[in-house]
Design a protein around this ligand. Sequence first.
Ligand code: ADP
Length: 373
Amino acid sequence: LQGSGEALRRTLFRRPLVAGDVISTSTQSRAAPDPRIPPELRPYLEGPTYGLQEIRLVVVSTQPRGIVYVAEGTEIELRPLFEEPKDGRRADVTYDDIGGLGDTVDQIREMVELPLRYPELFQRLGIDPPKGVLLHGPPGTGKTRLARAVANETEARFFHIAGPEIMGSRYGESEQRLREVFQEAAQNAPSIIFIDEIDSIAPKREQVTGEVERRIVAQLLTLMDGLEPRQNIVVIGATNRRDAIDEALRRPGRFDREIIIGVPDQPGRREILGIHTRGMPLAEDVDLDAVARTTYGFVGADLGALVREAAMDAVRRILPEVNLREGIPAEVLEELSVRRDDFLSALKRIQPSALREIMIQVPDVTWDDVGGL
Ligand code: ADP
């Protein structure tokens, strides 16, 4: 079951849902479903299993699109655990599509691209290239995009494992899938295996309550230990909770390299805004430097959302002028551009998501920037 997580979060929880949360709810009659049950869950209650007095829903994943709930004891096929670029070998993101990461891009190129591209360099020098690299940083800072870009630019095959989703599988299936991915990666090397939210599959053992996590960690360790340098595979793990990861995974020969992906500073935000407005007609009164100044705390994902929202405001502005049934006249299209006002109204709605997750360091705004728009 997929629903808008926000509604449920607001009605039932005071904190964001995380994978593994169990929601208990009950229903009395078909005619009058319990008002506390969010509408998006109601179709389930009126489905074939109607008649349950109580259902328990387990949050399987909060990524990447909304929240996925599964009623306990039901068998529901989830989306594929592993995603590959549709056009075969290449994902389409390049280093130019990533802003504000400065020399982080060089770091990851050195750690991942170099060994995958020129394994002979490392052989000649007798050193082992890294098997595992951990990307650490708040959500929406570009970790996934960076991993994709490296794969693309290296012409490596990209395998994406969504941490929380793998947890929802039936007994033994998660380990089986992990083995399959490593196998396929080996057959199609050079390959990059990207494990998103790795903290959800490899939490610290003392925190582990579930048997599943223990088995998956063990499997992952075995697979990583079994990787030979000549196999040309790099595993990239992403997390925003580095300290929640099983230490065994961070030992030498496993995820022993670490790259911190921080919240972008003002020049970084300006760069990201430039990327997201590429090809977008901007009115002359738009000052992206000013937008970058006023968006302290925004990460790449927030800035992307801001730009999209501003563009949608531009669309909303012209809608009253056109009769959609007759199509949009060419001159209206031609004149359509995103204005300063569109950014201003978008700024009122788009909040920096990361501010909830990070500790605020020294702000890079000054009083001069207040009202900078
Ligand atoms: P993470 O993996 O760190 O949670 P993603 O790479 O999935 O973040 O980023 C989500 C989206 O946000 C990207 O597809 C992109 O549109 C935007 N984004 C995030 N970081 C950046 C960045 N540094 N530069 C440009 N766009 C970014």
